[in-house]
Design a protein around this ligand. Structure first.
Ligand code: AKB
Length: 323
């Protein structure tokens, strides 16, 4: 029997952190998981183990790791692509120095998960089925920080044997939490606005196709890569992770069809691209994630129809224990 891990999550109140924390608590018990973030969580999760932590405060991070006998860190704190452009130096500091603080602490023998992103790619890569090893020419400071972070992960693994594992998340869509500061956020906002107001104005072009993933798949991928035997992790920078690809017009049509099927008023959608369109246009349309499939058995489950139906099945409910 394997021992229960002692887990610390940074950025535990974020879009992915909220759901990952719940999934890890379901898997290992509430006592096994310490959520941390720079701001206090909503009252619904206050009952869980949580403490404030700024990832730039390395001494406090080390104290928490020692106090709670942490052996695994899911380092989710980051400033995302759109928000990151407002303050590039701060974005670099949070995203790179924050990671270095975690990796330094991990030299004592911690296992680490580091989320990377499709934003590590720039406009010079083949946009369809972009390979893992395509050249990294990111267009945002967020992408630059994550590309650098991937290399730091590989460096700490090579030099000090740190067991760090990483996924390049595409845009993540889920009913459980709200995204913040990203370019792919439209794909969650569109559901909430369609339900609340019957319309949504998208900040990307109707035909801007991007790689995306349903939250359930993203969480399962994260748990699967962390559970895989170390010998199966052939990439210590990061793995491409593809769920599905669609453009705003595709998801708009799928939402309209689903709402009509449910006897709801059909929402109206319009498009008014802003600065985030240029960011999105610099990213791939789809990723080649064959290395993840080959090395540790990655297989997405949600296509667009299943994703949209599941969103409408769940919107307004609390986080389930089944991911
Ligand atoms: C963003 O839009 O910045 C993120 C991402 C793709 O990493 N969702």
């Amino acid at each position: 029997m394997t021992a229960t891990p002692r887990i610390l999550i940074t950025g535990a109140n974020g879009q992915i952190g909220t759901v990952l924390a719940a999934a890890l608590r379901c898997a290992h018990g509430p006592e096994a998981v310490l959520g941390t973030d720079i701001v206090a969580p909503p009252s619904s999760v206050l009952a869980s183990r949580f403490t404030l932590l700024d990832v730039l405060d390395a001494p406090r991070l080390r104290t928490l790791i020692a106090q709670h006998q942490i052996d695994t860190v899911y380092h989710l704190s980051a400033v995302l692509s759109a928000r990151g452009e407002a303050d590039p130096r701060r974005t670099w500091e949070v995203n790179v120095t924050g990671l270095l603080n975690v990796l330094e602490a991990a030299r004592e023998g911690l296992k680490v998960f580091f989320p990377s992103t499709i934003a590590v790619f720039g406009p010079n890569v083949p946009p369809e089925d972009t390979p893992d090893d395509a050249v990294l020419n990111p267009s945002t400071v967020y992408g630059m920080s994550k590309a650098s972070g991937e290399n730091w992960c590989a460096y700490y693994h090579e030099r000090w044997g740190v067991d760090v594992r990483s996924l390049r998340y595409p845009g993540v869509i889920g009913y459980q939490s709200q995204p913040g500061g990203g370019t792919t956020d439209y794909a969650v906002e569109i559901f909430h606005q369609a339900l609340a107001t019957g319309s949504y104005q998208c900040f990307l072009s109707a035909d801007q196709r991007l790689p995306m993933i349903y939250m359930d798949d993203a969480i399962r991928a994260t748990l699967e890569i962390m559970a895989a035997p170390a010998a199966r992790i052939g990439r210590r920078t990061s793995y491409n992770l593809q769920g599905l690809s669609f453009c705003p017009a595709d998801i708009a049509v799928a939402i309209q069809a689903e709402m009509q099927r449910r006897g709801m008023a059909v929402p109206e959608f319009s498009y008014r691209p802003d600065f985030r369109q240029a960011i999105a246009a610099s990213w791939p349309h789809s990723l080649d994630d064959s290395a993840a499939r080959r090395d540790w058995g990655w297989q997405p489950r949600f296509g667009l129809r299943e994703l949209v139906a599941d969103m409408f099945d769940h919107l307004g409910t609390t986080i389930p224990c089944s991911v």
